[in-house]
Ligand binder design. Structure first.
Ligand code: FE
Length: 346
């Protein structure tokens, strides 16, 4: 077995299905292996890798680290990189991988058929496997803020001193602003960001969970968070559910472009030593059972059309999603960061 344990990174190998199988011709061990570099770190994903091995005989080796570290690692390993598939959790990061030149295009009928066109790269550099929506939440006790329907409304002076949101260095906010740039142009996007900053209840702090807690506690009336954080509360223990009950959810832009969504996705690495196995694994991830596991691991929406999210996620309500291609979101990342700097969104 190829050793993948590297300094600072956690490596985990899922054993092939037949314990006695070795290099003998005709045994499943001959199906080879696939090396995943993943920034997802959910225990449920491990069961999935095991199932893939049981079905195909292909052994799964896993390296887990932060997405940017994995991209750097693949770059520095160069031609000798063992990486076959890069799995990560934001269009912005997939775009960084694309920019770094570490991905290669894949043509697959299975992937083209199962994954909607807006959730995959136009040339097949990466494929969305699950999605999450960035929604507006409010404190129910304070009442539904009148006139708050769209992202644009967050910049309305009517909501002065009422909005909590995490920092602009966070990739979810960068991707949201990137989508606004794509829809409305740079000037309108900057004006929007300036308006939101003017409405801050406090300087940006904490992650999405902290924003949910602050809204539930009445510290802020309004916040912007990803759906999977909400679903964790909705499907959590009694205390978490009690907090969730204090929160109202607004899916923005239902009469317009639809609610901004982001993807968790994967791309085949340019230097992949096991390219065929990597494509096979990607295709496997679009099967119904795999989609279930993959999306449930983090309370996300399955990317494959027609499949439902889990009950905690469904509790948040149904909505129209923005079908802007994730590649467009990626392209505007740099400009979004500049705009955040210009308007003083820390
Ligand atoms: Fe997150």
């Amino acid at each position: 077995m190829k050793k993948l344990i590297l300094g600072g990174l956690m490596a985990f190998a899922v054993a092939a299905c037949s314990p006695g199988a070795d290099e003998d011709a005709g045994t499943v061990a001959d199906a080879g292996e696939v090396n995943l570099y993943s920034s997802r770190h959910y225990d449920t994903d491990l069961a999935l890798y095991d199932d893939f091995t049981a079905q195909t005989g292909i052994k799964v080796n896993l390296i887990e680290a932060d997405a940017d570290a994995l991209i750097e690692r693949i770059k520095s390993e160069g031609e000798l990189s063992p990486a076959d598939l890069l799995i990560t959790v934001d269009a912005g990061r997939l775009w960084r991988a694309e920019e770094a030149g570490v991905l290669s295009p894949v043509e697959s009928e299975v992937l083209a058929e199962r994954i909607p066109i807006y959730l995959r790269h136009p040339e097949g550099l990466w494929f969305g496997l699950s999605t999450r929506a960035r929604v507006i939440i409010y404190n129910k006790e304070a009442g539904k803020p009148e006139g708050l329907e769209n992202y644009a409304d967050l910049a309305d002076p009517a909501f002065k001193g009422e909005i909590c949101i995490r920092s602009s260095s966070n990739i979810y906010n960068i991707s949201l602003l990137s989508s606004i740039i794509a829809h409305r142009g740079e000037e309108a996007a900057e004006e929007w960001a300036r308006g939101v900053v003017a409405n801050f209840a406090r300087p940006p702090q904490g992650n999405d969970t902290a924003q949910i807690e602050a809204v539930a506690a009445g510290e802020c009336r309004i916040a912007v968070v990803n759906t999977y954080y909400l679903a964790r509360f909705a499907g959590g223990d009694e205390d978490q559910r009690a907090l969730f009950d204090k929160i109202g959810v607004i899916f923005p832009d239902q009469d317009g472009n639809g609610t901004h969504i982001n993807i968790s996705g994967a791309g085949v690495v340019k230097t992949a030593p096991n390219r065929e196995n990597a494509i096979r694994f990607l295709e496997y991830l679009t099967s119904e059972s795999a989609q279930r596991y993959f999306a449930d691991g983090n309370n996300e929406y399955p990317a494959v059309t027609g499949l439902k999210a889990n009950s905690a996620v469904e509790k948040l309500g149904s909505f129209k999603a923005d079908t802007l291609n994730a590649a467009e979101i990626g392209k505007n990342q740099r400009l979004a960061v500049e705009i955040f700097d210009r308007v003083g969104w820390n």
